[in-house]
Design a protein. Structure first.
Length: 224
């Protein structure tokens, strides 16, 4: 029987990297994708220490052309797609009045449009699969100076709930609280003050893997 294949967006570092490594240790074929080649290479090199069934793809999943390339390379290498984890995201810590149109577009494209494009591309290829959308506690509660980020993550929750009704594929969301990753460097003072109480990327990745293999229903949202 062919091995399971997973695409993890934004997997050059942080939650995505940890998830890719955990799935690879389970024997899953892993597709690492990011916009940063150095981070892709580092993640792929780590995974190849224990699982050679991994490829790295540099692409922008906020653009249809990037997603099309990602899916085609995955299918060519592994023959299909069973798991999609929409994890790619950016963060700007700014009041709405100070947020530029470019920053707004970048946030929505990276955090939400990417999930739309990836889901649309992989669903026709999935007979029975799992999609996990990485939302946030900021996808349920609005926070000061995070209007663009919150809008994108609230949108991720709506996308998950709607898509769960439209397909037989299990579509779920995970909503972590503060996670100690490089994204927190967007607000270094807050990061330093709260680092000790933050989740680790590994803790979030472990919950994602649990959701994939556990008894979780489509449409479910899991807080951590």
């Amino acid at each position: 029987m062919a091995a399971t294949t997973a695409i993890i967006t934004g997997s050059g570092r942080g939650i995505g990297r940890e998830t890719a490594m955990m799935l690879a240790k389970k024997g899953v074929n892993v597709v690492v994708c990011s916009r940063t080649q150095r981070e892709i290479n580092e993640t792929v090199d780590e995974i190849r220490k224990f699982n050679a069934r991994v490829i790295g793809v540099k692409c922008d999943v906020g653009a249809a052309s990037g997603v099309d390339m990602l899916v085609k390379k995955t299918v060519k290498e592994f023959g299909g797609i069973d798991i999609l984890i929409n994890n790619a995201a950016v963060l700007f810590v700014k009041r709405l009045s100070d947020t530029t149109e470019k920053e707004w577009d970048q946030t929505i494209n990276s955090n939400l449009k990417s999930a739309f494009l990836c889901c649309k591309a992989v669903l026709p290829l999935m007979k029975k699969g799992t999609i996990i959308n990485v939302s946030s506690g900021a996808g349920k509660v609005g926070y000061e100076n995070l209007s663009a980020y919150c809008a994108s993550k609230f949108g991720m929750m709506g996308l998950t709930a709607s898509l769960a009704w439209e397909t037989n594929t299990r579509v779920m969301a995970i909503c972590p609280g503060d996670v100690d990753t490089a994204m927190q460097d967007a607000d270094p003072e807050y990061h330093r003050a709260n680092k000790a109480s933050m989740l680790t990327a590994g803790q979030v990745a472990a919950k994602i893997v649990e959701m994939i293999y556990g008894d979780y229903a489509g449409g479910q949202s899991v807080d951590i």
